[in-house]
Design a protein around this ligand. Structure first.
Ligand SMILES: [Zn+2]
Length: 231
């Protein structure tokens, strides 16, 4: 009996230590940090490959996330595009070159506007937009640092000679109908704002690989829906 009571006592003490540990705010902080996607290996993550990595308001990237294989695709960029924004993850960059060439064959001239965006740049962009267009606009159109897909190196905003890339432009229409053939999707489609968390952006494409892009295009779904279907 005495021995058993001792055991119960030890278990109670241990339980208390664990309970107190759970209330430690520092532990909470490290859990929060872990919710950020850190150093995703592009070759072996879940869902076939991390070309399917989900970056949105609920799934931010960490401050130090940066693809290791960033290269400059051989395409035309706007003269205003910063040097950093000309970089993309290597495979996405190669696929983008093919997309631009495919467009050109059909007399569609695309221009790169902004691709990779570091965490530091996102902080700067947000500050600039708040200063020039106000908090409401910035909240609607500018991702909070870490929550921009541009940090993945897999996304790019494109434009046209007219700098008017709305859905009525031939370039936007071509992109919507053909991007999937090169492994890209329109990441923020019209009518899916409640799922993606972003307004319609006909100029923002995201590399996911040809198989996923085709399925997403055929089913007229978002990356969020595609990944939810895979689980
Ligand atoms: Zn974009």
């Amino acid at each position: 009996m005495k021995l058993k009571n001792k055991f119960v006592g030890i278990i109670l003490v241990l339980g208390t230590i664990i309970f107190v540990g759970g209330g430690n705010p520092l532990i909470g902080l490290s859990n929060h940090k872990d919710s950020y996607i850190k150093n995703q290996n592009l070759e072996n993550t879940t869902a076939n490959s991390s070309y399917l990595m989900l970056v949105n308001k609920e799934n931010p990237l960490s401050l130090d996330y940066k693809p290791s294989n960033l290269i400059k695709p051989n395409i035309k960029f706007l003269s205003s595009t910063s040097d950093e924004s000309k970089y993309m993850e290597e495979k996405a960059a190669k696929a983008l070159e093919e997309l631009f060439q495919g467009a050109k064959k059909e007399n569609i001239i695309l221009i790169g506007s902004s691709a990779y965006r570091s965490y530091r740049s996102q902080v700067r962009v947000l500050k600039d937009e708040i200063n020039s267009k106000g908090v409401d606009y910035a909240n609607k159109y500018v991702a909070k640092p870490g929550k921009s897909e541009h940090q993945s190196g897999l996304a790019i905003d494109v434009t046209n000679e007219a700098r008017c890339f709305d859905k009525t432009s031939p370039e936007a229409q071509w992109l919507a109908n053909n991007a999937y053939k090169f492994g890209f999707i329109l990441r923020y489609p019209e009518g899916k704002e409640d799922i993606t968390g972003y307004n319609y952006e006909p100029w923002h494409i995201r590399y996911v690989g040809k198989d996923a892009a085709k399925e997403i295009y055929d089913k007229n779904i978002t990356l969020e829906e595609y990944l939810a279907d895979m689980v």
